[in-house]
Write a protein that binds this ligand. Structure first.
Ligand code: FAD
Ligand code: PYC
Length: 405
């Protein structure tokens, strides 16, 4: 019973929207709430609203498998994701909220000669960028993760693995709640159940505010941080985005005692797995093959993922699954995010995280706040501009995305 728990204060305020704000962030996921937090904390801008059509943290932030790592191939990505890992390391203290960041290591399996070569290329590139990553033999992989089947006759033989020891997991809800509480304390209005239905512009083109289900709200600057619905929102301002939205699914098992000590991903077989502090196995799949805005995905995708999990970890064959769910992920052609100014003055966009943006939450929020406050990118996100799809300066992270698209 929770009867003993009394006198809990509310974690954030529930204000009605003001007539106008200096900045409105659309989307109260981790990235949007974090952006508001860093705008207030690092740039002294506190006349901010964060709007969400649902409840805060109810989008991909609350639906993901929480894998955190920074083992991407290119220099730009190493800069961005490593900035984030460093912020994760002190985030609980910074927010005075336990985000349960656990650096238990992320191991990525290689099942073919191609996988081995690709993993080793990533390891070398990572180390040159100061990102920890090391090669493990199949025996070393098994020592790190005892449930793994490394027998030579396995359907998906393990030929080795890349291990990032500083990688791990965190508690997804706590990240949203921690940013929300601190931002609200600093004066940010978080307005839930408030869907944005239009983006208003002056005759000279710049943003003037938003149409919402709670009325018209004025804004000098607007940051769209809406994950799978970004193209829908940006179209309201006449900006066409290089994004496709797909369902991505995950599931959890019944809880069991601690048995799985790390995070393991296998892109080749479309499965990744860790164990939550409650004891559930947290398992994720590849994206559906079809574009969709439905937050449920296809059954055969889950079936395939569970087949792979049972092959890789035979001891889980008799486990029962408890829940499955889906989120809508916004995928760019080069599998890298967009953190950018837009052709519309006063309109900024943070999107394209696809299957892999949870790990970037604090880093992305931090540099996006800079971009909005200064009206120019931080040096860390300079390469992640919208223009790259016109200039061709792509950051192709399809392999490091590590989830089948
Ligand atoms: P969200 O949390 O989705 O927030 C966007 C918000 O915008 C939503 O709350 C939505 O309601 C709101 N919104 C949309 N339209 C409107 C509107 N018109 N008006 C107002 N509000 C609106 N990443 C990893 O790094 N590691 C993982 O292990 C991982 N696993 C994943 C597993 C699954 C099943 C899924 C779905 C995703 C996974 N991801 C992972 C990706 C990660 O979840 C996302 O990249 C990240 O959480 C995006 O955060 P966000 O704050 O940008 O978006
Ligand atoms: O980007 O690491 C990742 C990831 C894991 C599961 C889904 N995305």
């Amino acid at each position: 019973s929770l009867r003993g728990h009394k006198g809990w204060g509310q974690q954030w305020r529930h204000p009605e929207p003001k007539k106008e704000y200096d900045v409105i962030i659309v989307g109260a996921g981790g990235h949007g709430l974090g952006t508001a937090y860093y705008l207030a904390k690092e740039h002294g801008i506190t006349n901010i609203a964060v709007l969400d059509k649902g409840w805060l943290g109810g989008g991909n932030t609350g639906r993901n498998t929480t894998i955190i790592r920074s083992n991407y191939l290119y220099d730009e990505s190493a800069g961005l994701y490593n900035h984030s890992v460093k912020l994760w390391e002190t985030l609980s203290q910074e927010l005075n909220y336990n985000v349960m960041f656990s650096q238990r290591g992320v191991m990525m399996l290689a099942h073919s000669v191609h996988d081995v070569q690709s993993a080793q290329r990533h390891i070398h590139a990572n180390r040159l960028n100061g990102v920890d990553n090391e090669w493990l033999t199949p025996q070393q992989a098994k020592e790190y993760c005892p449930p793994l089947d490394i027998s030579k006759t396995a359907r998906y033989p393990v030929m080795g693995a890349a291990l990032q020891r500083r990688g791990g997991v965190a508690r997804h809800d706590a990240v949203a709640w921690g940013f929300a509480r601190k931002a609200s304390d600093m004066g940010v209005d978080i307005i839930q159940n408030c869907e944005v239905t239009g983006i208003n512009r002056a005759p000279s083109g710049e943003v003037t505010g938003l149409e919402t289900t709670k009325g018209t709200i004025g804004a000098k600057k607007v940051g769209v941080v809406a994950a799978g619905h970004t193209s829908v929102l940006m179209e309201m301002a006449g900006v066409r985005m290089p994004l496709e939205s797909y369902p991505l699914q995950a599931l959890v098992s019944e809880p069991v005692k601690p048995v799985f000590p790390c995070v393991v991903m296998s892109n080749a077989v479309h499965a990744y797995i860790s164990q939550s502090d409650k004891g559930e196995l947290v398992i994720g799949a590849g994206t559906d093959s079809y574009l969709s805005y439905s937050q449920t995905g296809s059954m055969h995708i889950l079936q395939h993922t569970l087949d792979a999990i049972c092959e890789l970890y035979p001891m889980f064959r008799r486990m029962r699954m408890l829940r499955t769910w889906g989120g809508i992920v916004d995928v760019t052609p080069d599998r890298s995010p967009i953190l950018s100014k837009t052709p519309v003055k006063g309109l900024y966009v943070n999107c394209g995280w696809g299957t892999g943006g949870f790990k970037a939450t604090p880093g992305s929020a931090n540099v996006f706040a800079h971009t909005i406050a200064k009206d120019e990118p931080h040096k860390i996100n300079a390469g992640f501009n919208l223009d790259r799809f016109r200039t061709g300066r792509l950051i192709d992270e399809a392999a490091a995305a590590a989830v089948a698209h």
